[in-house]
Design a protein around this ligand. Structure first.
Ligand SMILES: Cc1ncc(C[n+]2csc(CCOP(=O)(O)OP(=O)(O)O)c2C)c(N)n1
Length: 371
């Protein structure tokens, strides 16, 4: 195991003191250490991993220094375009250090959504022509090689990080003061969704909690699409689904996910029918992966939704407010509900016991589609 603070100091020693990224559970200790030690203008928690690459490219051009982009390997997909079309040596040639958490590493048990990404993580880097090393306990020579490579070639270099590599490092979670937890708020939401309606819920603990709430209530999972991977695409899936049915489709999103592909909302609002219902759980954090902050509580989400075309927007932070807002949401077109909740989740929170493929099949059956 690597001492996280020592690794952070080793980056600084090599002039890498600027960070941008999207947090990851496998890198949670590193993300916490960066948050604790880097000034806030040198640790940019980006909306998505591609944005993070853009940010460190800009920083390099202005300073000549090498920025560090941290991400889960799921984020490789978001980063491919700016890596190939901006940073690549055949375009601008911008050195930067990628630190990639390797979920789904072959031979290591992980969730279904990480398996394929885990298998192709190194191959994707190879296909992009990005040199990489898997981080070892004796990492100093690796960082030296990375710096030499970036300096000599003016190209990105990647460090791939295995599960359990970094020693514990914690960061304070901000108490935002809202009375309900996400799970308590979700319970009130589900109380007000009919049996014939459909739910598309976001990546992370939201979907895990919805799954467990259904289990505890003895309810079917067939109406719930648990977006286990593809963070940020929940509202797009819900839009497509709502355009294929007359039933109500409730999208239950998180603020990190909302921010990740915010452009989608302008299109959703333009194309959505009356059956598209948007619910955002805003806790101001990437709570599922360690509570790193988002800008979710600094921005006026209602104003953003209103500006792109949502017409009936409510906010709620108590069970009574949620119930009242959900009753309205069921009937109005272009409706949205923003739930404000505090951080935290149950220690014993499980994971869906239904596979993604089974989830999809049950849902298509509920839609009456013959596969
Ligand atoms: C493309 C991508 N980047 C990062 C992740 C890791 N990840 C999983 S859940 C999550 C946080 C989601 O935050 P939010 O939507 O605010 O929901 P919360 O966990 O706060 O309920 C992150 C970053 C991922 N799954 N996919």
């Amino acid at each position: 195991m690597i001492d996280t603070k020592e690794f952070y100091d080793a980056l600084l020693l090599r002039q890498m003191d600027f960070f941008a990224g999207v947090p990851d559970s496998l890198l949670a200790n590193l993300c916490a250490c960066i948050k604790e030690n880097a000034p806030s203008d040198k640790n940019i928690i980006a909306a998505n991993e591609g944005n993070a690459v853009g940010i460190v490219c800009g920083y390099h051009i202005a300073t000549g220094r090498y920025g560090v982009v941290y991400m889960q390997n799921s984020g490789e997909g978001n980063a491919v375009n700016p890596l190939l079309s901006i940073a690549d040596e055949e375009v601008y040639g911008i050195p930067l250090l990628l630190v990639i958490g390797w979920r789904g590493e072959p031979g290591v048990k992980d969730e279904p959504q990480h398996k394929k990404q885990g298998k192709v993580t190194l191959a994707l880097l190879e296909a992009m022509g990005i040199a990489y090393e898997v981080l070892q306990d004796d990492y100093a020579p690796q960082l030296d090689r990375a710096v030499t490579y970036m300096r000599d070639k003016s190209r990105p270099f990647a460090i791939v990080v295995r599960k359990g590599t970094f020693s514990p490092c914690s960061t304070a979670t901000e108490d935002n003061g809202y009375p309900l937890s996400r799970e308590e708020a979700l319970a009130c939401v589900l109380d007000n969704i009919g049996e014939d309606d459909f739910v598309v819920s976001t990546t992370g603990k939201t979907s895990r909690e919805i799954f467990e709430l259904r289990e505890a209530r003895g309810q079917s999972h067939a109406g719930d699409f648990l977006t286990v991977g593809g963070m940020g695409h929940t509202s797009s899936i819900a839009l497509g689904m709502s355009l294929g049915t007359d039933k109500n489709v409730y999208c239950i999103d998180g603020d990190g996910s909302f921010l990740m592909h915010m452009g989608a909302f302008a299109v959703s609002a333009d194309k959505a029918g009356a059956n598209f219902k948007y619910i955002l759980n805003d806790n101001g954090a990437h709570e599922s992966v360690g509570g790193q902050p988002t800008v979710g509580l600094k921005i006026d989400v209602s104003a953003i939704l209103r500006a792109v075309g949502f017409r009936h927007i409510r906010t709620a932070e108590t069970p009574e407010q949620i119930t009242e807002a959900m009753r309205e949401l069921a009937d109005v077109p272009l409706g949205a509900l923003i739930l404000y909740t505090h951080q935290g989740s149950r220690e014993d929170l499980g994971r869906p016991t239904v596979s993604p493929a089974e989830n999809k099949q049950a849902m298509m059956k509920k839609f009456g589609v013959k596969e």
